[in-house]
Design a protein around this ligand. Structure first.
Ligand SMILES: CC(C)(COP(=O)(O)OP(=O)(O)OC[C@H]1O[C@@H](n2cnc3c(N)ncnc32)[C@H](O)[C@@H]1OP(=O)(O)O)[C@@H](O)C(=O)NCCC(=O)NCCS
Length: 197
């Protein structure tokens, strides 16, 4: 069957891929609701999760070492983003991960590290390299000696992406309080070593 050439199917990516831009904390805060909408959609969370997370994410922009990158279309629409900050004692994630890693690993990995707090791409734009570009751009811009993150411990696109960029296991099957899904804590030394290109 022939398709009408002039009609673009709904919900399919445009032919122009998104481009990755640097966002300051202020720029991120302005678009935080859009970003957290992507977070909820990409993670399969209910829409109200976006609003809750936006409150926390806006607060994160004040954290030392905050860095963010956005994947935007030519018309300005946001289709993906990543952000993080220097991980330090007193932060919820840092203190849990420090305990989960144990004294030796924590000492090796947490001293000068960037926590990749969120990395998400809208489903219809996934699998085309945007997430990888966001992550590489962030990693290239930060002064830390390591990047750490936690991700659902399963065979996901996210997990494959992290592996392809050299992230190694620091802790598997870890249960964060309030979440029944096991998570993996992964870390990579910076600059990143691309394992598969
Ligand atoms: C994880 C996520 C941000 C990655 O963004 P993305 O744009 O889909 O990622 P990319 O296309 O850049 O890369 C991921 C895919 O490409 C592969 N890939 C891309 N470039 C590659 C390369 N040069 N070499 C090897 N693999 C590569 C990855 O392994 C993966 O492919 P697969 O699913 O076919 O195995 C996105 O998929 C997403 O939002 N997922 C849902 C939310 C989520 O899990 N977020 C992370 C939470 S920690």
């Amino acid at each position: 069957m022939r398709h009408d050439r002039g009609v673009r199917p709904v919900d399919k990516p445009t032919t122009t891929p998104p481009h990755v831009v640097a966002w300051s904390g202020k720029q991120f805060a302005v678009r935080v609701n859009d970003a957290m909408g992507i977070y909820a959609t990409a993670m399969g969370y209910p829409p109200h999760a976006a609003g809750q997370r936006a409150v926390t994410a806006r607060r994160h922009t004040d954290n030392h070492g905050f860095a963010s990158r956005a994947a935007v279309l030519d018309d300005g629409r946001l289709v993906g983003f990543g952000y993080g900050y220097t991980t330090t004692s007193g932060q919820w994630w840092h203190d849990l991960v420090k305990r989960a890693l144990g004294r030796e690993l924590a000492g090796q990995w947490l001293a000068d590290a960037f926590e990749l707090s969120e990395l998400h791409v809208l489903p219809e734009y996934q699998g085309h390299g945007a997430g990888r570009e966001l992550l590489l751009a962030l990693a290239a811009a930060i002064p830390h000696s390591a990047m750490l993150l936690s991700t659902p411990d399963a065979d996901t696109r996210a997990f494959r992406l992290y592996r392809s960029l050299g992230f190694q296991d620091l802790r598997r099957h870890y249960l964060f309080p309030g979440d029944s899904r096991p998570f993996a804590v992964l870390g990579a030394r910076l600059p990143l070593t691309v394992v598969s290109a």
